[in-house]
Design a protein around this ligand. Structure first.
Ligand code: SF4
Ligand code: SF4
Length: 474
């Protein structure tokens, strides 16, 4: 017989549903509107990835926002106080797996389990993944795992499958695998793969929050075991101190003894379930609310036109979600000139196309940074690429006259704006230098492929684009 949901179970489902809906709607709006933050800026794990760069130099990894730091603070305090409460109550990807888990139970009418020994070994995998990601990301100074991130892939589905597939092929495969596996093995991604789950599990070792079992009133009905999405043997434990526990409290709510056999404790004191939920959500929202009140976190960024009206427009404010026309209008630049300086065929890219769609329209790699460099060049203001220094505030300036059509393609090395989408051959052609000279100036080895975009080779050759631009500028 189907059991009625308790108040706390209902509250958990509403909480998970809210965060999943919020994240999904935000990702759709990000694709449709110019000034809604991207999915990466909603992920607390981004805060962990950018932490090293943020502490070292006060800068964030590309695509991340200060909101990632606030979310990181929320999740860290939450994990210290209530263990993996974030996983059980807030994580939108956990919610998505939960939906597929229920679907699987409805279809297969049974619960599958991974053999115990294999399961025990696989649970360590997420810690290895966490360590590798942090080492790799902190060394490279970019979001190196983004193409493999199933959540980033999910967040871009509204851009259309072709675009997501091109940018997140591996991420899509992992997303589909995780959801299909969740139908058979509940929260398979959380148990074995998730680096944020591993981070929470490590902090959850601090024993502030625990569920305890009173053996004298336990009837060994095993309902707690069956209800646990993380397959923890609640029925045999005196205290749940497994790092796998996601503080969902399903076990406590299904216990039929009604004698307090399973109870929640915070800092050694028994605490009602509703109080755990309220404290958990309050801890999560408090830093975000602080960021919003102090105007540090923006849920809606100002548009280019609004910034121009306020007189505080910067080249850095150009986003992938800006259209070509918006950039041209806001900076007072002739659209044709903008296309030309950015090296884009105007016939293939309509004025109302977003910058981030330029690559798929032209069939070539393209980054919004190329437009920032083009605007900076036209207006004659300094711009050193993403991660570089922010120039002084700049009012829209009159554009300089367009170069005559017959102007030679080659530019001097010092004035040539290096971009990640360029190959060594492109740079050589654009500057009139030899490919060997370009490699030497960039500090790259002679075997460096001349026909590959520079940004594609950065992980293999251990540089970042800001570093390369710095070498080029010297
Ligand atoms: S383990 Fe990862 S995916 Fe699962 S709920 Fe926790 S943070 Fe979300
Ligand atoms: S032990 Fe209880 S609180 Fe922990 S994950 Fe399992 S059901 Fe949820």
């Amino acid at each position: 017989m189907k059991r009625k949901l308790s108040g706390i179970q209902l509250a958990r489902r509403i909480s998970l549903g809210f965060f999943l809906t919020f994240a999904t709607v935000a990702t759709i709006l990000h694709q449709k509107l110019q000034n809604i933050p991207n999915v990466d800026s909603f992920c607390p794990f981004g805060g962990i990835e950018t932490l090293y760069k943020f502490i070292a130099g006060g800068e964030l990894l590309k695509k991340l926002e200060i909101s990632n730091i606030f979310l990181f603070v929320s999740v860290t305090i939450l994990a210290i106080v209530l263990s993996r409460f974030f996983c059980g109550w807030i994580c939108a990807f956990g919610a998505l797996q939960g939906i597929f888990g229920r679907l699987g139970r409805a279809i297969f009418k049974k619960r599958f389990t991974v053999p115990a020994k294999l399961d025990a070994v696989l649970r360590y995998l997420k810690y290895v993944i966490l360590a590798l990601i942090l080492i790799w990301t902190w060394q490279a100074g970019t979001l190196v795992i983004r193409p493999y991130d199933p959540w980033a892939a999910y967040g871009h589905l509204s851009a259309g499958f072709a675009e997501v597939w091109a940018e997140f092929t591996v991420g899509i495969v992992i997303l589909v695998l995780s959801l299909v596996l969740s139908m058979l093995y509940e929260r398979a991604f959380c148990k074995y793969v998730c680096p944020l789950g591993a981070f929470n599990a490590i902090l959850g070792r601090i024993p502030l929050f625990r569920i305890k079992r009173e053996a004298s009133t336990c009837t060994s009905c095993s309902l707690c075991n069956k209800s646990c999405p993380m397959n923890i043997e609640v029925m045999k434990a005196d205290k749940i101190d497994s790092p796998e526990c996601i503080s969902c409290m399903e076990c406590v709510t299904v216990c039929p003894t009604k004698k307090g056999t399973l109870k929640t404790f915070l800092a050694g004191k028994a605490i009602p379930l509703a109080a755990v939920a309220a404290i958990g959500l309050a801890i999560y929202f408090a830093p975000i609310a602080f960021g919003h009140v102090t105007n540090t976190i923006r849920f809606r960024a100002a548009t280019l036109a609004e910034l121009q009206t306020k007189g505080s427009l910067h080249v850095e404010d150009i986003k992938g979600s800006s259209t070509w026309q918006q950039v041209a209008d806001s900076f007072g630049i002739e659209l044709e000139r903008l296309y030309r300086e950015a090296g884009v065929d105007a016939k293939k890219v309509p004025a109302d196309a977003k910058l981030k769609d330029t690559g798929s329209l032209t069939g070539k790699d393209f980054e919004a940074d190329a437009v920032r460099f083009a605007v900076a060049k036209i207006l004659g203001v300094p711009y050193s690429g993403e991660g570089g220094e922010k120039p002084a505030e700049m009012a829209p300036a009159k554009e300089t006259p367009a170069a005559p059509a017959s102007a030679p393609a080659a530019a001097s090395a010092s004035s040539f704006a290096l971009e990640g989408t360029m190959t060594v051959s492109d740079v050589a052609a654009g500057t009139g230098m030899g490919a060997g000279e370009v490699l030497k100036k960039l500090g790259l080895p002679a075997d460096f492929p001349k026909d590959k975009p520079l940004r594609e080779m950065k992980d293999q050759y251990g540089y970042t684009m800001p570093e390369l631009k710095e070498r080029w500028a010297k």
